[in-house]
Design a protein around this ligand. Sequence first.
Ligand code: NAD
Ligand code: IPM
Ligand code: MN
Length: 349
Amino acid sequence: MNTYKIAVIPGDGIGKEVVPAAIEVLDSIAKLDGNFKFEWTYFPWGCDYYLEHGEMMPGDGLETLKQYDQIFLGAVGMPELVPDHISLWGLLIKIRRGMKQSINVRPAKLLAGLQSPLKNPQNFDITVVRENSEGEYSDSGGRIHTGEDEIAIQNAIFTRKRTERAMRYAFELAKSSRKHVTSATKSNGLTYSMPFWDEVFNVVKKDYPEIDTSVQHIDALAAFFVMKPQAFDIIVASNLFGDILTDLGGAIMGSIGIAPAANLNIEREYPSMFEPVHGSAPDIAGLGIANPIGQIWTGKMMLDFLGHYHAGTRILTAIEKTLSSGVKTGDLGGTATLEEVKNTVINYL
Ligand code: NAD
Ligand code: IPM
Ligand code: MN
């Protein structure tokens, strides 16, 4: 029997609702499977913690997290009380970088029982591999001058090592998928970062002659997500492009409330972090109507990473049965509460 020590950070807003729901589902599948169990340790880090202590997590927070096998996180952000760049860089991005989670994997596929807003969605099944540690997300830059002449500068940093690492991960995934990798670029408008990105892609692809490739500018790619999402298999994208594309991926599935994600330390030197694509949804927080499926499916990604594929598949099947039976939250056009969706998923396990 494997026992996994998981650090749980519900965070803010609906994170506090969807995380306990997903944990119930994970505990249920552990019991049914019989080969593993979880030991959950909760950390109350987030914006409430910040308002009390002046920091999003304690100074030794990263050291504490290193003692756990994995991290299960809800969402971070209470923008009316704490500016987003403080809360996110003080917790979410700090963990992603501190734990060297350089790869963010975000699937988007049409599940049974889901109604896509697309007229003809066919059976798309996309995985976006997002570079998760640099690129457009940088603290390099600054503000100079004041008044009318004020200038804000935000530098984007692309290193060969990390660009290559994300691309290689995408090619490795493609081997066990439909053997196609699309690179999201914007080398027509950006003069340094994306021409470099293209250059690295051209080098890396030579090592994978069995994988087909294509290159799309991010603007066109966003349009193709709407017009013909079935054309894509694995997509590799920079930090910002991957971020935008994966909310769109959630939307074409039916709601960003169902989109899962995994921040991976592929070297397995530090814990990886599993958190859905969506945020803290302050507009519906505390009402018990948030969709827990994104967090539950994220739990399935954690099981996959731990090697429990069979248990993970059972969770996804239970999600599809739940959706097919019409038990859906408001974001999917239904009237069910979070509690009803969670209980239905557990019943179908
Ligand atoms: P959001 O994803 O929180 O919400 C966007 C819209 O989607 C809202 O209308 C919300 O109600 C809806 N929604 C999101 N998740 C849902 C769910 N599970 N069920 C039903 N509806 C859902 O994005 P936002 O409004 O841009 O951000 C709110 C806060 O969350 C900000 O502070 C932002 O920085 C933060 N954020 C955090 C993360 C994270 O921690 N991983 C991710 C995205 C945004
Ligand atoms: C996500 C979020 C974060 C990101 C924000 C909250 C910093 O949007 O995980 O998709 O952009 O990485
Ligand atoms: Mn995002």
